[in-house]
Design a protein around this ligand. Structure first.
Ligand code: DLL
Length: 432
């Protein structure tokens, strides 16, 4: 099995040699197959031969989510379409999706990475795992699914949205592991408690990620369900889930450095941060074929440590995430940018650009309310007009964001004006 060949414990010297060889190959690949990178490198006076190893990484250009958006949908792909066997997508800053592609080999490596995470969490072929991340364009469902199958575990592909069925099957099938967002797991716990079934649960591990969560939240989940909860990180642009995950020590997430070369930079100056200092995580893919990315700015804030881990793995660890350096919100696992709301509202014409997004967590589920100012006349007209407009805005926002939204229409000048940066978001969610 692929995961038995795991490189997680190789020496740092061996790892550096492997990373250098893979980096050179990746730079050659993008230079010859992606016009965007060739042009960027040429503008910088760089040729593939100038990159002799990871010590030359700093010479390479950065890549941002905007670069992916500007080259929508397939402009950054480095292989012909006939070699692309899968496409996933996540929302971009202006509503246009960020599209990512995988060759067969990319899918194999993705499986291998997720398999490592599951093995690290003590899951094996005798386990039954419910995958309760969304299946579809989002990478969570299928990413965990293929990794778990590759490991030989029995997968129950629940996806999201039917908690009652999930808990019935959890009990009937004697499920031993679950993969879902930590906030969804808290909701599942609540439903189990209400149904008086929490003591019947046989779960021993939970693989939670796709959104920030704290150590306290992990402890709460562990004590209520009597299991070990592990943190899994990833992003669609780079792979999906399986870029990094924490081991039993729970002191940082091991980055799978044989496939992803991490850097931490100051998000303002782009200068490298010292070990242990918080900055933005930047990742260079080392083995991706369809969508290799150089120095991708994740916007995720963390720090890195190369200290040996008591678990024996030699791969660097990044700390639990401290937030993001941009304004992206993650609501029920869906990435949402305030600019998407703004663009959708402005396109409609009947609303003013004055709006505020209020995110809260009710019964452990994220809810998004958007308050929008509308013209005075809607309040003097018949109430029916106001209701009609509300319905229209709700459906426009729902299709723009891919998320149900509660819309509240308010009179002109209700929303506080700002003299500096407009405050578009009130996030009331408290991470426990
Ligand atoms: O959320 C991939 C994923 C699926 C990861 C399932 C883990 C489990 P995107 O939708 O592209 O991909 O969102 C990526 O989510 O840049 C982070 O801001 C955030 N994120 C993902 N995992 C974690 C985590 C998937 N463990 C964005 N802790 C990333 C904190 C996370 N934030």
């Amino acid at each position: 099995m692929i995961w038995n060949e795991s490189k997680e414990c190789m020496s740092r010297d061996e790892l550096h040699n492997l990373q250098s060889a893979r980096l050179k190959k990746t730079v050659n690949h993008v230079y010859h197959n992606v016009e965007f990178y060739r042009k960027k490198m040429q503008q910088m006076g760089l040729e593939p031969g100038d990159i002799n190893g990871i010590e030359d990484l700093h010479k390479l250009p950065f890549t941002t989510k905007d670069d992916l958006r500007d080259n929508y949908p397939f402009g950054l792909f480095a292989v012909p379409q006939s070699q692309v066997v899968r496409i996933h997508a996540s929302s971009g800053t202006t509503g246009k999706a960020t599209v990512v592609g995988y060759t067969r080999r990319d899918i194999e490596i993705w499986q291998e990475c997720v398999t490592r995470v599951l093995a690290m969490a003590g899951i094996g072929p005798n386990d039954k795992i419910q995958v309760a991340y969304g299946y579809g364009l989002f990478t969570g469902g299928l990413g965990l699914h293929y990794g778990a199958e590759n490991l030989g575990a029995t997968v129950v592909p629940m996806s999201t949205g039917n908690t009652q069925r999930l808990i019935t099957m959890m009990e009937d099938f004697e499920v031993t592991a679950i993969a879902c967002t930590p906030s969804y797991l808290l909701h599942i716990i609540e439903v189990l408690e209400e149904a008086g079934k929490i003591d019947r649960v046989k779960l021993k591990a939970a693989i939670c990620g796709a959104e920030p969560w704290t150590e306290n939240m992990r402890k709460e989940i562990e004590s209520k369900l009597g299991l070990n909860a592990y943190d899994i990180y990833g992003l669609s642009e780079i792979l999906g889930p399986g870029v990094a995950a924490d081991c039993d020590v729970h002191n940082g997430l091991h980055v799978y450095e044989d496939h992803f070369l991490p850097e931490i930079v100051n998000p303002d100056t782009l200068e490298p941060c010292k070990e242990g200092e918080t900055g933005e995580l930047v990742i260079t893919t080392l083995t991706k074929e369809a969508l290799p990315l150089l120095r991708y700015r994740t916007k995720d804030l963390t720090s890195i440590s190369y200290d040996p881990c008591p678990c024996g793995r030699t791969m660097a660890r990044i700390s639990k995430f401290k937030g993001r350096s941009d304004d992206m919100l993650i609501i029920r696992g869906v990435n949402v940018f305030p600019s998407q709301v703004e663009a959708a509202l402005l396109e409609m014409g009947e609303t003013s650009p004055h709006y505020i997004m209020i995110v809260d967590r009710v019964n452990n589920l994220d809810v998004l309310e958007v308050q929008v100012e509308v013209e005075e006349r809607f309040f003097s007209d018949e109430i029916k007009e106001l209701e009609k407009l509300n319905k229209k805005i709700s459906s426009v926002l729902q299709s723009a964001l891919g998320l149900s939204v509660k819309v509240t229409l308010v009179e002109p000048k209700t929303i506080a004006r700002s003299e500096g940066k407009a405050k578009r978001v009130i996030d009331k969610r408290k991470l426990i």
